[in-house]
Design a protein around this ligand. Structure first.
Ligand SMILES: Nc1nc2c(ncn2[C@@H]2O[C@H](COP(=O)(O)OP(=O)(O)OP(=O)(O)O)[C@@H](O)[C@H]2O)c(=O)[nH]1
Ligand SMILES: [Mg+2]
Length: 259
């Protein structure tokens, strides 16, 4: 009878069973993530099987221009002394074709000093749409928190991403951008000013192009309306591990807040 029931298990039953089993956690996390991504089963359906998120847990989105350095920044964050003791999960939406360079997963494996079971990493192909995240992202996130991850990062593909297309579930949205000469005239029309809680200008090695960051800040101040809160503007270099402390400070400031 039991065996028959198992064979006939629906995806939903399988997810609920895995959520209930503490044994072999990394395997269960991985399976539940896959099943949720493939089935699109919604949060409301699995809600009663989930442990409540702790108030200290964090959900962070890294978005921004393709190639701006989202994965590189994430790699720096995962190794940062203030975050290394958190159990971290990463869901990275990667375009299926990469023009050279390693995927974040490879990079983490190569460089991470984290203990093995303190990181869950999943790279997700874009599945037809370059810009949209799965409609059941909240269910996937809740499942990761259920399995005891303290901090979950989502890296979006970033093409044409605007604040409007990002779900409201994130505690912090970090918009990663780069600057080249001539960009200053583009800022106001690009929609960049409105996207994200933090705008991180990456690839600013040793302060070069800081003048452009200041131009951006001035334009931001000039265009912001009274009600809206301007994004915090940071700059640095993932390559040189510069400015990462400032970003970690923004993340840490969110801890212990009342949900
Ligand atoms: N000079 C410089 N190069 C960087 C920096 N951060 C990342 N890069 C390089 O920029 C390229 C893209 O970096 P990624 O971290 O893969 O960027 P991404 O935004 O995750 O890219 P996609 O996921 O493909 O959109 C790589 O060749 C990195 O080595 C930086 O701070 N300075
Ligand atoms: Mg990336």
């Amino acid at each position: 009878m039991e065996a028959k029931r198992y064979i006939n298990m629906t995806t939903f039953d399988e997810i609920v069973t895995l959520l209930g089993s503490e044994a072999d956690k990394p395997n269960s996390v991985s399976k539940v993530t896959t099943l949720l991504l493939d089935s699109g089963i919604e949060y409301e359906k699995i809600k009663s099987s989930l442990k409540k998120r702790t108030t200290n847990s964090l959900l962070i989105c890294l978005t921004g221009l393709p190639g701006a350095g989202k994965s590189s920044i994430l790699n720096c964050l995962l190794k940062h002394k203030d975050l290394i003791n958190f159990k971290a999960a990463v869901l990275a939406f990667d375009p299926s074709s990469k023009k050279g360079g390693a995927l974040l997963g490879d990079r983490i494996r190569l460089t991470s000093e984290r203990p093995e079971d303190s990181l869950f990493f999943r790279s997700v192909g874009h599945r037809g749409s370059l810009t949209t995240l799965p409609s059941n992202l909240d269910a996937i996130m809740a499942a990761l928190f259920h399995f005891g991850y303290d901090i979950v990062f989502v890296e979006t593909v970033g093409l044409g991403q605007t604040q409007d297309s990002l779900p409201e579930i994130f505690d912090l949205i970090v918009n990663v951008q780069t600057l080249t000469n001539g960009d200053e005239i583009q800022f106001a029309k690009s929609g960049l000013i409105e996207t994200g809680d933090v705008i991180f200008f990456n690839k600013i090695e040793n302060g070069q192009n800081l003048n452009l960051v200041n131009v951006f800040k001035q334009q931001q101040m000039a265009s912001i309306s009274d009600e809206s809160k301007p994004a915090k503007v940071l700059s640095g270099s993932a390559l040189q591990n510069q400015g990462i402390d400032d970003l970690v400070s923004e993340i840490m400031a969110l801890r212990n807040r009342v949900k």
